[in-house]
Design a binder for this molecule. Structure first.
Ligand SMILES: Nc1nc2c(c(=O)[nH]1)N[C@H]1C(S)=C(S)[C@@H](COP(=O)(O)O)O[C@H]1N2
Ligand SMILES: [Mo]
Length: 249
């Protein structure tokens, strides 16, 4: 399933979905996290995507629908590097669980935070080529992994406001620390949204959709929300009343 050389050294919480991280002493021994120490957080399978036949689709409220191969992305747009930390909102859930039970979630310690130098093209350059129409307020991302929620195939998606999508630090990344992205981290192409919770940085990116509303994907519309303290049971929470998590504190 996973090439052993691309696996994370340390604690493997789950093989399938693959969830792993490096204990803090080793994690903190370098400012830039080497790929093999960078945490991996996945909700579904780790797809194997053929980079030759791979196409990125840009659709929705755009004048030009685009379908780009990796070679076209690299040739048509300038590349940039951005150093950015990803943090999963599950970080230190183990400590939270000591206050109240958190059923059905991985009890991470402090491992799911890591810092890398990402290389890719700027999302805003690709959006400019697609020519955004005025109705577009959000940029939605869809992953190519398979994710089941209550036996239903929901996939993984997220969205960010157009304003953030147009800021230069948001990348469509194909390299991490001068090496090609590994399957666990989203090869051949992933989104990097610096400063936002890790869940917005969609791996195995298949499509970008410009739209007037945020993504309806489970992980944007229902999960990764902050509720007032009187909401004590996730199953009974009204997702529309929750505050969407985006920028990290
Ligand atoms: N397609 C897809 N993208 C995804 C995920 C996923 O399960 N599927 N997990 C998200 C979450 S919750 C986090 S914290 C980051 C983790 O990125 P990493 O595995 O490279 O550390 O990826 C995000 N992107
Ligand atoms: Mo996450």
């Amino acid at each position: 399933m996973n090439d052993p050389s691309t696996r994370t050294l340390g604690i493997v919480y789950q093989e399938q979905p693959y969830n792993a991280g490096t204990p803090l002493p080793q994690l903190c021994s370098s400012f830039v996290t080497p790929q093999e120490r960078f945490f991996a957080r996945s909700h579904g399978n780790t797809p194997t995507i053929d980079s030759e036949s791979y196409r990125l689709h840009i659709t929705g409220n755009v004048r030009n629908y685009l379908e780009l191969s990796l070679a076209e992305l690299r040739n048509r747009f300038p590349s940039y590097t951005v150093m950015a930390t990803l943090q999963c909102t599950g970080s230190r859930r183990k400590e939270l669980a000591e206050l109240r039970p958190i059923p059905g979630e991985l009890l991470w310690g402090g491992e799911p935070i890591s810092n890398a130098i990402w290389r890719g093209v700027a999302l805003r350059d690709v959006l400019a080529a697609a020519e955004i129409e005025p109705e577009a307020r959000y940029v939605a991302f869809a992953g190519l992994d398979e994710v089941l929620k209550d036996d239903e195939q929901v996939g993984f998606g997220s969205s960010i406001a157009l304003e953030k999508a147009l800021s230069p630090e948001v990348l469509l990344a194909y390299e991490m620390n001068d090496q090609p992205l590994t399957p666990e981290h989203g090869a051949p192409l992933r989104v990097i949204v610096p400063g936002y919770i890790g869940a917005r940085s969609v791996k195995w990116l298949g499509a970008i959709t410009l739209q007037s509303e945020p993504s309806h994907n489970y992980f944007q519309a229902k999960s990764y929300k902050l509720f007032p303290s009187y909401v004590t049971e996730a199953a009974k929470a009204d997702a529309s009343q929750g505050q969407t998590l985006e920028a990290l504190p």
